[in-house]
Ligand binder design. Structure first.
Ligand SMILES: [Zn+2]
Length: 321
């Protein structure tokens, strides 16, 4: 069942968080939907412009539509991650998304407001919601690459003005997480005092955390033992910090890096252990299983396990009225 993130955020605010997972391949779509159905957990499946370039926007949408039939109990929303106006309008017109992100966080405040507002107007006309971003995250993801010195925390004094001016439906903030596998090379972690100030000024408004991967040290070691060369300093958000952030109004946790590391670990180990094999379906199958296992743990961590049932029931009542 396809549901607006708005319904998710109303249900989860302050209690649990929705995993928003970036997918690029068929194996990831299977793993994600399969885990969510088993866990009975609501989730957001999200697509970046790079994913749309790689697999094709139509291919990704078709895979998600197919997954909804294969896993009929899945309760999900489709979201465009890190779009510009062109991607956002294309996603709105395709009618295959419930939500888009306009990322104008690298522009100055006024430009960010104007660009976000334009996308919000179009999206709301189409009954879709918009995630905007204030503050600049460091790190590397897809075609985004921001050096540490160019990153900056979200200014709590700006958030209410921004949300009121743009009418966006959720706000991604920069409070210490970053994109990629080297999140806390500087060693800080989530700045809860900033997050608290943001929450106080936004009064129940959903907050989004990008760069929410854990970057498990064991995974890094296994990748390196199987021939990988991920350098020292790979680090993610400690699970307890992610859980803590939920109390501060964080409703959506973006996860991408962990699923990439998982891909690298499964495939490197597979080909190292069986150098005589070359069939993609063998490691592919293993990746799907490991992905499902990984997501089951994530849903549990975020408190989302079992939460899809009530959303499904409430939504049916609303739709039958
Ligand atoms: Zn992001």
């Amino acid at each position: 069942m396809v549901v607006s993130p708005k319904i998710f955020f109303n249900d989860c605010y302050g209690k649990y968080a929705i995993a928003a997972v970036n997918v690029f391949t068929m194996e990831q779509v299977h793993g994600l939907f399969s885990a969510a159905q088993r866990a009975n957990a609501p989730f957001i499946v999200q697509l970046t412009p790079v994913a749309r370039n790689y697999a094709h926007a139509k291919m990704l949408s078709a895979m998600i539509d197919a997954a909804a039939k294969i896993y009929p109990k899945a309760v999900y929303a489709v979201h465009l991650d890190h779009g510009n106006e062109e991607h956002a309008f294309d996603a709105i017109n395709s009618k295959k998304y419930q939500s888009v992100m306009i990322d104008a966080s690298h522009d100055d405040f006024e430009t960010n407001v104007v660009r976000t507002r334009t996308v919000v107007e179009k999206a709301h006309q189409a009954n879709m919601v918009v995630e905007a971003e204030l503050g600049v995250l460091a790190g590397v993801e897809d075609d985004i690459d921001i050096a540490e010195e160019h990153s900056c925390y979200t200014q709590p004094s700006e958030v209410a003005v921004f949300v009121n001016a743009t009418k966006c439906d959720s706000l991604a903030v920069a409070v210490g997480t970053s994109h990629g596998a080297y999140k806390f090379s500087g060693g800080q972690g989530i700045q809860f005092h900033i997050l608290k100030e943001i929450q106080d000024r936004l009064n129940g408004f959903p907050i989004v955390l990008h760069g929410g991967s854990a970057v498990n040290v064991e995974e890094i070691e296994r990748i390196n033992q199987a021939g990988g060369k991920l350098t020292e300093g790979a680090a993610g958000v400690p699970p307890e910090e992610v859980v803590e952030s939920i109390k501060y109004g964080v409703c959506k946790i973006n996860i991408a890096t962990d699923t990439r590391l998982l891909w690298a670990r499964v495939h490197r180990e597979f080909f190292k252990q069986t150098p005589d094999l070359f069939d993609p379906i063998l490691p592919g199958k293993e990746y799907m299983q490991e992905y499902e296992k990984f997501m089951l743990q994530k849903f549990e961590l975020l408190g989302a396990t079992g939460k899809a049932e009530r959303i499904r029931t409430n939504n049916k009542i609303v739709m039958s009225r």
